[in-house]
Design a protein around this ligand. Structure first.
Ligand SMILES: N[C@@H](CCC(=O)N[C@@H](CS)C(=O)NCC(=O)O)C(=O)O
Length: 205
């Protein structure tokens, strides 16, 4: 019998969406527990680190969004075939985390001047660094995926980040990175992913 998965996160995409994309890509069933913000104070104490997301696997609780995504990728064979491919994905994931953390810092900055400064640095330094590297990675692999010739968790994390950026504050323009744009189209058109994207709950972020 397969494992019983219960995934707990808020009813948003945020840090919690890549694991959901992994379940979709693998076609594996799970309970998608979407915690209402109003229920959070009473749920917080039941989580391993006082935060969401966390995943329950046959009753065992795993916190940390990236650890969960890596675990599911390992379970579902979506990690890349060689150790070198795995390392390449890890590098990209670290770059994507840095970009997400910058977005969180901008989103929650209350001081308008500081926020503008952070946004400038984000657009002029973080985006070119992260997406320049991703573009180069894609141009070195002829399949259109980040590594190898099939989808991995790196590809799923990337389309998730693309979507966040397009909807982020000043709508980051990714057109300067044509391979990233083509990659997004390719991954979003994979049958299971396309079905998931059409049917997932509509959320503000
Ligand atoms: N490093 C953790 C961060 C988790 C985190 O900060 N989660 C936020 C939601 S995105 C949260 O639970 N905030 C509510 C709180 O900390 O009380 C991860 O990636 O899972």
């Amino acid at each position: 019998m397969g494992k019983k998965y219960v995934y707990h996160y808020f009813n948003v995409k945020g840090r919690g969406e890549t694991p959901r994309l992994l379940f979709a890509a693998a076609g594996v069933e799970y309970k998608d527990d979407r915690v209402e913000f109003s229920d959070w104070p009473k749920v917080k104490g039941t989580t391993p680190l006082g935060a969401l997301p966390y995943l329950e696997v046959d009753g065992q609780k795993i916190p940390e969004s990236v650890a969960i995504a890596r675990y599911l990728a390992n379970e579902f064979g979506l990690v890349g075939k060689s150790n070198l491919d795995k390392a390449k994905i890890d590098v990209l994931i670290d770059q994507m985390i840095a970009t997400r953390e910058s977005m969180v810092a901008i989103k929650y900055e209350k001081d308008e001047a500081k926020k503008a400064e952070l946004m400038k640095k984000f657009n002029e330094e973080q985006i070119p660094k992260c997406f320049g590297y991703i573009e180069k990675t894609l141009s070195e692999n002829s399949s259109g995926f980040l590594v190898g010739n099939q989808v991995t968790w790196g590809d799923l994390a990337l389309i998730d980040l693309d979507g966040m950026l397009i909807n982020f504050e000043t709508s980051t323009n990714l057109d300067k990175f044509p391979k990233v744009v083509a990659h997004r189209k390719k991954v979003e058109a994979l049958p299971r992913i396309s079905t998931y994207l059409k049917n997932r709950p509509v959320t503000p972020f």
